[in-house]
Design a protein around this ligand. Structure first.
Ligand SMILES: NC(=O)c1ccc[n+]([C@@H]2O[C@H](COP(=O)([O-])OP(=O)(O)OC[C@H]3O[C@@H](n4cnc5c(N)ncnc54)[C@H](OP(=O)(O)O)[C@@H]3O)[C@@H](O)[C@H]2O)c1
Length: 431
């Protein structure tokens, strides 16, 4: 490494890569004042280097094969902004760490799948592996857990880790519009990708949650099958019923250690509408860290987009420029043990159910009997008849019970002769 000038090989010049380049060029002087080093993007690689781009890049900077970036003697840091858990991103990051280059990545898919191996390699070769942008975009949650909250034993970490789904749910409620209407608007505004499936089905949040739990609890990244439910089946009707009962529906990612076992889950939740998290609307993300001695600490902000993501990448860059080689996951690889999985069937919560039934005599007693048979007691019940269609909606808030009993309840409800379709079941979360 040169005394003052640090050379970067940038892989990926899309949404994030091109913005990062622009903002880094603009902020070089400030970065020098703060770190004593001048970062210089020496080489760039992308899939198609002849593609017409908004930013003009001198020809000599382009490198045809991305993997060559990791082999060049005059590159100190690789910034990986290609994406994907395997393929070129994985190949590049492994090669860079093997060649003792520092690595900065915004890639949650890669980190949640290969983070342990990559972290181990970085630690062995005494280089940085930084990935602040991989979770909650501009919200500095990773560095906060590893550094600002280092004194704490964290019991639980939860929040909204996906801006697209939060935008959809909050806009459905505010604008009184259906899921599809709002999803189309989100695509037009650039808040949802053309293929937003990994956002909608909760898998994007689940990848981020795996990374967070690993740092929060000092464990290796869980390979467990996480309870993952998305928002595709959330209906405006449920949002409005929830509202009338004093709740909001949010897609929460929740991780906690219970009886020395890890429980990670991503699913829509009814939460009290005056709770802090309920007020996080639009594309914002928010993460609550519940630890001791701090209590509950909240970080919120923009969870995606070129600006917030570049902010996080530059913060990683400054860590590297300052020469702070840290353990990638806060503690050394040998300290990060596996943790077994908490059996989700024993998870305890209350719930909201909407059951669509035929409007006939005897329906209510038939339905409530199924609840009694499955040992689930009802806290609140509303029946809304739709005389014209000879149908009715039964909305039920239950007392707390275990997941296993709720599963059985749903199996029995579906088989009941009055029930018209699979009931909507949403867990109620105390936050
Ligand atoms: N977008 C966000 O708001 C956001 C937020 C947080 C984290 N991230 C993460 O940031 C990373 C980049 O996201 P993005 O939105 O910038 O993606 P993007 O716009 O699709 O850009 C991907 C870049 O990678 C290049 N690329 C693709 N395949 C390649 C290959 N085989 N070899 C070399 N280069 C290749 C593409 O080249 P071409 O330009 O030639 O097509 C493009 O420049 C991802 O890991 C993503 O999860 C994104």
């Amino acid at each position: 490494m040169d005394y003052e000038n640090i050379n970067i090989g940038l892989a990926g010049f899309g949404n994030i890569g091109s913005y990062f380049y622009k903002i880094l060029e603009k902020n070089k002087k400030d970065i020098y004042i703060k770190t004593g080093k001048i970062p210089n993007i020496k080489y760039i690689s992308a899939r198609n280097i002849t593609k017409k781009r908004k930013i003009k890049i001198p020809r000599k900077k382009w490198v045809k094969n991305f993997i060559d970036l990791s082999k060049k003697d005059d590159v100190d840091i690789i910034v990986e902004l290609i994406g994907g858990s395997d393929g070129p991103a994985k190949k590049l990051v492994f090669s860079a760490l093997k060649n003792k280059k520092h690595v900065i990545t915004a890639n949650k898919a890669l980190m949640s799948k290969h983070g342990d191996e990559l972290g181990h390699l970085a630690e062995k070769n005494e280089v940085n592996l930084e990935y602040e942008a991989s979770v909650a975009g501009g919200v500095p949650i990773i560095r906060s857990i590893k550094e600002g909250l280092i004194a704490n034993k964290i019991n639980k970490i939860y929040g909204i880790l996906n801006g697209t789904t939060n935008y959809i749910l909050s806009s459905m409620e505010r604008k009184n519009k259906s899921f599809n209407e709002i999803l189309n608007k989100a695509k037009k505004l650039g808040f949802a990708e053309t293929n937003p499936i990994s956002d909608l089905n909760g898998s994007d949040s689940a990848s981020k949650l795996r990374i967070l739990s690993s740092i929060a609890f000092n464990k290796s990244i869980s390979k467990n099958k996480i309870l993952t439910e998305g928002i595709q089946n959330i209906n405006l009707t449920d949002i409005l019923y929830a509202k009338s009962l004093g709740y909001k529906i949010k897609l929460l990612s929740i991780s906690e250690v219970k009886k020395n076992k890890l429980m990670e889950r991503v699913h829509p939740c009814l939460i009290l509408k005056n709770s802090y998290i309920a007020k996080i609307d639009g594309v914002l993300n928010a993460v609550v860290v519940d630890g001791s001695p701090i209590g509950k600490s909240v970080l919120q902000g923009e969870g995606a987009g070129p600006g917030p993501t570049s902010s996080a990448i530059i913060s990683d860059l400054c860590t590297v420029l300052k020469g702070e080689v840290n353990y990638p996951f806060g503690v050394s690889f040998s300290e990060r043990k596996k943790i077994s999985k908490f059996d989700i069937l024993n998870h305890f919560c209350s719930s909201y159910l909407r059951i669509e039934v035929k409007d006939q005599p005897g329906v209510l007693s038939s339905i409530t009997k199924i609840f009694a048979k499955n040992k689930i007691s009802i806290k609140n019940l509303i029946q809304k008849p739709n005389k014209k269609n000879k149908k009715a909606s039964i909305i039920i808030i239950t007392h707390e019970n275990i997941e296993k009993n709720f599963n059985n309840l749903l199996l029995h409800l579906v088989k009941n002769k009055f029930v018209l379709k699979k009931p909507t079941f949403i867990r109620i979360e105390t936050v």
